[in-house]
Design a protein around this ligand. Structure first.
Ligand code: ASP
Length: 412
């Protein structure tokens, strides 16, 4: 299929790019930097067709025949930007990637492993839910049982860390489970998809039998970092190096050009642990962020809706205003399990320093130690599916299960 390249002039500004299909009174242009713009078709808009057309093919290249000397990696795709491409027939960005699409877009992957794959979802990750984490965990366990040497999960970046935390808790894995995404789609020259996918594939064939997130380390296309799935957060809305380990160091780094992995932290090795799947979750849990003057009625609301657990993102060492404390106490007395975390993200909760903190402890709040708030939420869902006994919930919430918590913080 041939796509016209055009020059659009309007009000003294010239735009050059590919003319995307569009209905109605707008011209949609894919600019050379990859962004799309829409311009009204009006008398003052002058469109000139340029000579250089672009030919785009929708034909899939057939997958290469398996190389018996390479390991097998299973790609479980869930959607997101890494799985999206522009459909030049409709002009829309579609999320229609299966494993063959990924291999035709990034052929160098086939030098690293033989791939097989399953499309589990085709969604933007803001549409993920706890039930979807469970389906993904079961699919990963199935693939491992069927002999996959590693798993790569392609996922939208927005909520990737929630899903990575959920799989870290639900699966004790015997092989690497590597989450990867991209901040910028494949049709943009600054896309990070190739570097991230190649580095992720390398980790999926390594001896690191943990759930990890592999994404760009910096602004250049050279190094990716490997973060533990329960210690990582997306810290920027658009930069390629948005993912950062919090309260922990990354497990290691991958050099895209040499394909070498250098680990700097301890990790569980392939074969050290048999595969165990424990995919039960209590989904009636929520994360509540406190802000100055916020209405404590939000706690009563969740209690009245039958919620079993709440994680509070408090201020500083783990605080809420004095006004919130009786509401929290009432919820706990009614059987709601409450965990305190900090919106500082870095550091740990300590409610013994200030009065409001001591009052929270007296009310029965569980200190979330140095867990990220969203990780504490996923963990509370997982813990409450095992037990609802308050002492056991407290004990499990304060026990390190998958590297999400340390009893003592190391000062950098
Ligand atoms: N909103 C998208 C998602 O999380 C962004 C991305 O994929 O990076 O699915």
């Amino acid at each position: 299929m041939k796509i016209k390249r055009v020059k659009v002039e309007r009000e003294g500004i010239t735009y050059t790019g590919l003319m995307m299909p569009s209905k109605g009174a707008r011209i949609i242009l894919k600019l050379d930097n990859g962004y799309n713009i829409g311009l009204k078709k009006e008398a003052k808009t002058k469109v000139t067709t340029l000579k250089d057309e672009r030919v785009v093919s929708h034909k899939k290249t057939p997958p290469p025949s398996p190389n018996p000397s390479l390991p097998t990696v299973s790609i479980l795709s869930t959607g997101g930007t890494i799985a999206s491409k522009v459909d030049y027939r409709t002009g829309a960005v579609t999320s229609q990637f299966d494993v063959d699409d990924i291999l035709s877009a990034i052929p160098e992957l086939t030098e690293i492993a033989n791939f097989r794959g399953k499309v589990i979802y085709n969604i933007l990750s803001e549409n993920m839910r706890a039930e979807y984490w469970q389906k993904l965990a079961r699919a990963a366990a199935d693939e491992i049982k069927k002999g996959a040497d590693g798993i790569m999960v392609t996922h939208g970046t927005d909520t990737m860390t929630y899903t990575a935390a959920a799989l870290s808790l639900m699966l004790k894995t015997s092989v690497p489970i590597v989450f990867v995404g991209s901040q910028r789609s494949a049709d943009r020259p600054s896309s990070d998809n190739v570097v991230n996918a190649v580095c992720a594939a390398k980790v999926a064939t390594s001896d690191i039998a943990e759930v990890v997130v592999v994404m760009h380390a910096g602004m250049s296309d050279d190094i990716c970092l490997m973060h533990r799935g329960v210690r990582v957060r997306k810290m920027h809305s658009s930069r390629r190096d948005a993912f950062r380990s919090i309260n922990a160091k990354p497990i290691g780094r991958i050099d895209y050009k040499t394909r070498k992995i250098r680990t700097t932290e301890k990790y569980r090795k392939r074969g050290e642990q048999e595969l165990v799947l424990n995919d039960r979750l209590e989904t009636k849990c929520a994360l509540v962020k406190f802000s100055p003057g916020a209405d404590p009625g939000v706690i009563d609301y969740y209690t009245s809706k039958g919620y079993k657990g709440l994680v509070i993102e408090g201020t500083g060492l783990g605080h809420v205003s004095t006004e919130w404390i009786p509401h929290i106490k009432k919820a706990i007395d009614n059987g709601v399990h409450m965990v305190m975390t900090s919106q500082c993200l870095g550091g740990r909760v300590c409610d013994r320093v200030y009065d409001t903190g001591r009052d929270l402890l007296n009310a029965g709040v569980i200190e979330g130690e140095d867990m990220l708030p969203e990780v504490a939420l996923v963990k509370l869902m997982w813990v409450l599916a095992q037990t609802q006994n308050p002492a056991e919930v407290r004990q499990l919430m304060q026990t390190n299960i998958a590297g999400e918590l340390s009893r003592r913080s190391k000062h950098a």
